[in-house]
Structures are given as structure tokens and as C-alpha cells.
Design a protein around this ligand. Structure first.
Ligand SMILES: [Zn+2]
Length: 253
């Protein structure tokens, strides 16, 4: 099977920040609402097929997510209208905390709108609903993915499948388990896969266009986002700790 190696995409700021869908397509074998970059179709189908052979009916919990949707999630969490989890995945009670601590707590589990990898159409959250106990509601927590968790068997298989793949395929950008505790960055997300050939293009565009020339800051200032002033004040720290661009830093590739 031949996968596209060099993604020929002219990445615009709107594509980086999740403000457009022009770079996306529906994926024929996924649920109707899943939009992704079309070059993910074949590798994702290969993954689904391999899973099926082992008895896992894989589904995409989240593909492309717009900035508008991310803003909605962010604002609900910021106002305490939607649970914000602590490092042990236990809901916190909100606004007693200083504003910056509240922002840090939200960022552990939710990207700042405009910075989510889900804006690019290169990243998916996957799970296997057929291994869940009857009546169980999916949370997508780290605990669920652990060997003793409800989907442990599936994620163990996924570990093996990923490690047997060619270097230029899917990888997991959020796998630092220390981030759940000591480092306090983005939590460990074994369900989040990124398709390297296209994600690399977006990471570099983000690093070179959005961060370095303050385009992102300009965009953010125009958004109707809760906790805006504390976010803007700490933007460099947010980039350093919560916007993960592992491929952009490998200049030789
Ligand atoms: Zn994700």
C-alpha cells in the first residue's frame, strides 16, 4: 500500500487555528461527523482492519475539531459549567483558585483554542467500543487505557501495532506520563494518534508562522474567550508547556 509521503499543503493561519474546514474531507468508513485530511484515509483504514482482525471494532471519538467548538469547551470549563479534572482525573471545584492556576488546570486536559492538534485534521482520538462493558460511558481517561482498565487490552494491542509500523506513520504526541503529576503539561493521552507526514507540515507552519510572528496572539485577541487577559499574559509559558511540536523541532527530517 502506498501512502502519501510528502504532504503538499499550503497551510494558512485559518487551517492552523481551526477556523476553516477547506483542508478536510469526510472519511468514508467513519461516522458522518468525522472530518480529516484525506491522506489519513488509507492509513486509518489499515489500522481499523488490523484491529478488526484482533476483535477490536475501532472508532474515532474525535477527528477534526473546530476552534469554535474548542472555544465552547474552554468557556464552559472556565466558568465551571463543565468538569475540570485534576491530575488524578478527579473533578476540581473551580473559582477558588487564582485565575492562572485555573488556566493551567484546564490546559492539562483541553488545548487552548487555536492550538489544538485536532484543528489540523491530522490527529484522531481512537477507542474500541466493543470491548467496553455494557452500559459503560466512555470517558477517555488514562485509567481506562491501563492494563487493568476497561480498554486495557485494546491499548496494549495498539502499543504493539504502532511499534511495528514504519517510522513515517502514526505516532502518539502526548505520552509523557509524568505530565499527569510532576511536569504539569498536557496529560498522557494514549488514545491520541497523529499522522506524521501531514502533522509535520502543520507543526512547522505553526512554529514558523503562528508562534514566531505573533499571528496567533492577534487571532486570540479577537476571540470571545474566558480568562483572556491571564492567557495573553502567560502565552509564552503556555506555548512552552502545553503546545507540543515534537516533529517541528526535528529540522533534519
Ligand atoms: Zn485528542
Amino acid at each position: 500500500m502506498v501512502f502519501m509521503n510528502k504532504a503538499k499543503i499550503n497551510v494558512t493561519p485559518d487551517m492552523l487555528f481551526g477556523a476553516t474546514e477547506v483542508h478536510l474531507s469526510p472519511i468514508s468508513f467513519c461516522q458522518e461527523n468525522v472530518l480529516l485530511n484525506s491522506s489519513l484515509e488509507q492509513p486509518l483504514q489499515a489500522l481499523f482492519k488490523a484491529g478488526k482482525e484482533q476483535g477490536f471494532e475501532i472508532r474515532v471519538a474525535s477527528g477534526f475539531r473546530s476552534a469554535k467548538r474548542q472555544l465552547h469547551i474552554w468557556n464552559k470549563k472556565a466558568r465551571g459549567e463543565r468538569p475540570v479534572l485534576d491530575q488524578n482525573e478527579v473533578p476540581m471545584s473551580c473559582p477558588e483558585l487564582p485565575e492562572w492556576s485555573w488556566v493551567e488546570a484546564i490546559l492539562r486536559w483541553s488545548a487552548l483554542p487555536g492550538t489544538s492538534r485536532h484543528h489540523w485534521g491530522t490527529d484522531v482520538d481512537i477507542y474500541a467500543p466493543n470491548v467496553l462493558p455494557k452500559g459503560y460511558t466512555l470517558q477517555l481517561t488514562y485509567e481506562e487505557t491501563q492494563p487493568s482498565g476497561v480498554m486495557g487490552e485494546f491499548y496494549l494491542w495498539l502499543d504493539e501495532w504502532l511499534s511495528a509500523q514504519a517510522e513515517d506513520g502514526f505516532f502518539r504526541p502526548f505520552m509523557n506520563v509524568n505530565n499527569n503529576k510532576d511536569n504539569f503539561g498536557v496529560a498522557c493521552e494514549p488514545w491520541h494518534l497523529s499522522y506524521k507526514p501531514v502533522a509535520r507540515v502543520f507543526e512547522r507552519a505553526w512554529d514558523e508562522q503562528a508562534r514566531s510572528n505573533h499571528k496567533f496572539k492577534g487571532w486570540l485577541l479577537e476571540q470571545d474567550i474566558e480568562l483572556k487577559s491571564v492567557i495573553i499574559e502567560n502565552l509564552d509559558q503556555i506555548f512552552a508547556r502545553f503546545v507540543h511540536l515534537p516533529l517541528a523541532s526535528k529540522k533534519s527530517e
